[in-house]
Design a protein around this ligand. Structure first.
Ligand code: MG
Length: 281
């Protein structure tokens, strides 16, 4: 099953895809669907009763528009750590992203007024469906509602101003997320072994395999839940493989008019255009 969240005439709603067409569930909270709310389970069991979604009438939103938490993982692929200024730590590098930074598929990623160092990071996104605290690696995947795609677009000069990356990872309009959530039954266990590719203006700039993550999805849920309660709708952006623009010679940053795509095998393609932040009035 696939789930999308949309806006229609300013009202948020959810549609699910099963058997090739999108069924419109109307104005409900996507987190209620992801967490297996019993009332919604009944509606999912009789999807043929739901009208087909009018794709022309909607605008896509991030599949969870306002996650309670977005936890990003840095340095989770050895080839990316090797191109970074860091040694590989013995614990995942975790940092927050805030919902105000999110943009949907096909929306613009915003290059801010204060920097031209806008870089791409294609990543597998994990969406939590069941609360998790102190869960073991063995049962961790039972807490996953589904998988999606993330572009953890980063403002490099701000990221590296201090040892704390938060500001460089949280400029408005830099966290692309979508287009939809794919349930785990459609993918290999833990979404392992999927090709992940980033293209900038059609040219491949990152090419990896989700099986190469140093900390798997199950590892990450177990490790994070040792400290933090994961709740339905929370998102984990699992880290990016090698190829970022900052590590190139010369450096390659995204600029207005560019098109960036992140594709994950079996999940889909997240596509965004780059636009400059509008000057103050
Ligand atoms: Mg990242």
């Amino acid at each position: 099953m696939r789930l999308m969240t949309y806006s229609r005439d300013g009202v948020e709603g959810v549609a699910v895809k099963q058997g090739g067409s999108w069924h419109d569930l109307g104005a409900i909270d996507p987190v209620a669907v992801l967490s297996g709310d019993p009332a919604i389970k009944n509606r999912l069991a009789s999807l043929e009763a739901a009208p087909e979604l009018d794709l022309a009438a909607i605008r896509l939103l991030p599949p969870v528009p306002r996650p309670g938490k977005i936890i990003c993982v840095g340095l989770n692929y050895a080839d990316h750590t090797a191109e970074s200024p860091y040694a590989q730590p013995s614990y995942p590098t975790l940092f927050p992203r805030f919902a105000t930074s999110l943009v949907a598929d096909r929306a613009s990623i915003i290059r801010p007024r204060s920097s031209q160092e806008l870089d791409f990071e294609g990543e597998l996104a994990v969406v939590i469906g069941r609360q998790a605290r102190h869960v073991s690696q063995e049962v961790a995947l039972q807490h996953v509602a589904g998988y999606s795609i993330f572009n953890d677009a980063s403002i490099r000069d701000y990221q590296f101003k201090t040892p704390q990356w938060t500001v460089g990872k949280n400029f408005d309009g830099t966290g692309a997320f979508g287009p939809e959530i794919v349930t785990p039954d459609e993918l290999p266990e833990g979404a392992k072994g999927l090709g992940i590719t980033t293209r900038l203006n059609g040219e491949t700039v990152q090419s990896g395999d989700t099986g190469d993550m140093l900390y798997s999805v199950a590892d990450l849920i177990a490790i994070i839940s040792e400290a933090i309660t994961l709740e339905p709708g929370d998102v984990i952006a699992t880290g990016t493989p090698a190829g970022i623009g900052w590590a190139r010679e010369p450096k390659l940053f995204m600029k207005p008019g560019d098109v960036v795509e992140v594709e994950i095998e079996g999940i889909g393609i997240l596509q965004n255009h780059i636009e400059d932040e509008v000057a103050a009035a």
